[in-house]
Design a protein around this ligand. Structure first.
Ligand code: SAH
Ligand code: SF4
Length: 357
């Protein structure tokens, strides 16, 4: 079975001309896939019946199988997909009041980085996703929205996995989001736990894609306790790479900070963070901690959050709180998969050493 979402525009043409079809047929097929964004071959009404039948028997519209879908009271949709080899991944669609429709997609099955508060980190690493598997998650949401006369406007690579650990496939998927789904670079965000060489490499691509860095602590001992990758690249090296990114691109960096009560929401941490980021073109995104089974930290109190923001402002560092979405449907990173797998351990997963990166 050929997965059409794995094929570029040129590949589609090669396939159909190989079947003896004229070139304009592959243009029509491309239009159905990526402009009309239909979900079945039956809807491709200007293709001859025989071609539609051949497409239906020899090709597929994607390789991801939907296992579960949950819809939150706030409209957030969370999906669990099974890949052809049995691995499970999550994607989320978040509709915002201002007409944004944002897909949050995964780049790996599991994650090797072992961040202590993260449900995906607690699962360990299974494998990298291919560019097509990354892209397809967004393509399905785009197709579903198109069927309702709506449009996917933004994509964040903040689902399961560390995008920069799977750098080449992630960048290829980003190119396809732009070329095939028409999502502008400025509407795409890639989030990394802080893989310094890849941040530098990314800075040099000249892409206008937004960069988010998971910071979560402002001193090395505290960051290492939460994010083991900090042993490999410490805060000094990370901030240096962020400065390089800002210098190269002229773009600001977003820092993500999951507020954990009594851990990283103290006045001392706020001052240390202010000192660390003072003068850097950046923005701090405060995320209330999503409690997970493997970590007993709790989200901060609202008053503490307000105070934290005020302290950062006194250093000229802008900060906002990200609204928690889909909290009633396990929509935090890796949480739906953990909920589904409570009785069942994923196959072949192991934590690989960060030293092998
Ligand atoms: N691996 C990448 C992207 C996926 S995680 C990264 O770490 O940046 C997306 C964001 O969710 C990261 O900022 C991560 O630190 C955060 N996150 C993970 N688990 C969380 C939890 N339980 N509560 C709040 N934020 C969490
Ligand atoms: Fe991996 Fe990101 Fe989760 Fe850390 S927070 S374990 S890098 S997915």
């Amino acid at each position: 079975m050929i997965n059409l979402y794995e094929l570029s525009k040129t590949d589609l043409q090669t396939l159909l001309t190989g079947w003896g079809e004229p070139k304009f047929r592959s243009d029509q097929l491309y239009t159905w896939l990526y402009e009309q964004r239909v979900k079945s071959f039956d809807q491709m009404s200007n293709l001859p019946g025989a071609l539609r039948a051949r497409l239906a028997s020899e090709t597929s519209l994607g390789a991801l199988q939907l296992v579960t879908e949950k819809q939150s009271k706030d409209g957030t949709i969370k999906r669990l997909y099974q890949l052809p080899d049995g691995q499970l991944i999550e994607s989320v669609l978040m509709p915002y009041d201002d007409d944004r429709r944002t897909a949050c997609i995964s780049t790996q099955a599991g994650c090797a980085m072992g961040c202590v508060f993260c449900a995906t980190g607690q699962m360990g690493f299974a494998r990298h996703l291919t560019a097509a598997e990354i892209f397809e998650q967004a393509a399905h949401f785009a197709a579903d929205l198109a069927a309702e006369g709506d449009r996917l406007s933004n994509v964040v690579l903040m689902g399961m996995g560390e995008p920069f650990h799977n750098y080449d496939q992630t960048l290829e998927a980003i190119a396809r989001l732009q070329n095939d789904l028409g999502i502008g670079a400025r509407h795409i965000t890639v989030s990394t736990v802080g893989l310094v060489p890849q941040i530098r490499q990314f800075a040099e691509t000249g892409l206008q894609v937004k960069l988010a860095i998971s910071l979560h602590a402002a001193t090395d001992p505290e960051r290492t306790a939460l994010l083991p990758i900090n042993k490999r690249w410490n805060l000094g090296e990370l901030i240096e790479a962020c400065r390089y990114y800002v210098d190269q691109t002229g773009r600001r960096v977003t820092f993500e900070w999951a507020l954990i009560r009594g851990e990283n929401d103290t006045s001392e941490q706020a001052h240390q963070l202010g000192q660390l980021l003072k003068g850097l073109l950046c923005h701090v995104n405060l995320i209330p901690l999503n409690p997970t089974n493997g970590y007993d930290g709790r989200p901060s109190n609202p008053d503490t959050v307000t105070q934290f923001i005020k302290t950062l402002e006194s250093y000229g560092v802008p900060a906002t709180v990200r609204v928690r979405r889909g909290i009633d449907i396990d929509a935090g990173c890796g949480q739906l998969k953990s909920a589904v797998l409570k009785t069942q351990r994923p196959r072949g997963e192991s934590i690989i050493s960060i030293d092998s990166l």
